[in-house]
Design a protein around this ligand. Structure first.
Ligand code: ZN
Length: 320
């Protein structure tokens, strides 16, 4: 699932993939929260920045909303690109105010400048945990309230979060070169720098390996063309529109009626909850991703295979 995308992006294609790689790649486009894990130079930033190009253009109302927030943030507007979703890439030394907004008079922060677009947090383990904690409210509500002594302001902040990190302190864990000598304890401590509540909110973990020269050459399987992928994604989005929201934003009640589980699938979920000690929140996130996978397959029911795929897309973050 990973190499097709990285390879495609490096070759400058907008969307490319081998049919055998499954639907994992398409789920990237459905507002589920993603964490990219890979060594330095593997293209995590490039991958994140290209995701905005794969999103559909904003409708007029959303584009106007995003433009209004950007003008409050004193950002220059490019009239030729006003329907394009924003891509914001703040540095890990950014303050809480820079990230969520503040000041006097209150100004929108990065999360609002990314409204209807993508917020990319690179080097996730380097961010101050207290700064990241403030993301929790807007991730749930799609807006942020900024209170100062004299003023209160509310800004929209419905962004897609994409984060990235190295797999270990040296950056090379899992690389075939074997150059990583980080101990298991060191790796665990490094990964533990991300707070549990934030990890709970991540839906998809995408490993982005460094590719060799041979892997960058076109393979024997012809790539799926962009139009085919775009049609499948549009059809799945249309199914979600009927429910009134993308699956990533369905509330608990709506999710339960959109994804009723048969006994076999429920048993798999129960086992995963037990063995992996999943919180109710994480279990719901798995169901949302499973619902998207079923939508991409054009199936009305979420079945065991969809849920199993959703679990596999999140395994890095799960204990055990
Ligand atoms: Zn290492």
């Amino acid at each position: 699932m990973r190499s097709w995308l990285v390879r495609g992006l490096r070759r400058g294609c907008d969307f490319i993939g081998a049919p055998t790689l499954g639907r994992g790649k398409d789920t990237l486009l459905f507002s589920h929260i993603r964490l990219l894990v890979g060594p330095p130079g593997s293209g995590k930033t490039l991958l994140a920045s290209r995701l905005t190009g794969l999103l559909p253009p904003l409708d007029e109302a959303s584009a106007l909303e995003a433009a209004a927030v950007r003008s409050l943030g004193q950002q220059r507007l490019d009239p030729g690109r006003w329907r394009e979703p924003a891509f914001r890439h703040p540095h890990h030394t950014a303050s809480g105010i820079a990230l969520v907004g503040g000041g006097s008079p209150p100004r929108p922060g990065e999360i609002s400048l990314a409204h209807h677009g993508v917020l990319f947090l690179d080097e996730l383990t380097e961010w101050d945990r207290r700064v990241l904690e403030v993301l929790r409210e807007p991730l749930e509500s799609g807006q942020i309230t900024i209170s100062r002594a004299a003023q209160q302001a509310e800004f929209p902040a419905r962004f897609q979060l994409v984060a990235a990190m190295n797999p270990c302190p040296c950056g090379w864990a899992g690389d075939p070169s074997g150059r990583c000598h980080c101990s298991a304890e060191l790796v665990a401590r490094y990964r533990g720098r991300i707070s549990g509540p934030l990890l709970d909110r991540i839906d998809l973990i995408v490993e982005v390996p460094r590719l060799s020269a041979a892997e960058l050459r076109p393979g024997p399987v012809p790539p799926e063309d962009s139009a085919t992928v775009a049609r499948r994604v549009a059809a799945a989005r249309a199914r979600q529109d009927v429910r009134g929201a993308l699956n990533a934003r369905l509330g608990a009640g709506a999710l339960a009626s959109a994804a009723p589980l048969d006994a076999e699938t429920q048993a798999l979920l129960d086992r995963a909850i037990d063995r992996l000690q999943l919180s109710a929140r994480v279990a719901q996130r798995l169901l949302r991703v499973a619902r998207t996978i079923a939508d991409l397959a054009g199936e009305s029911q979420v079945v065991r295979a969809h849920l199993a795929e959703a679990i596999s897309l999140r395994r890095f973050a799960l204990p055990g």
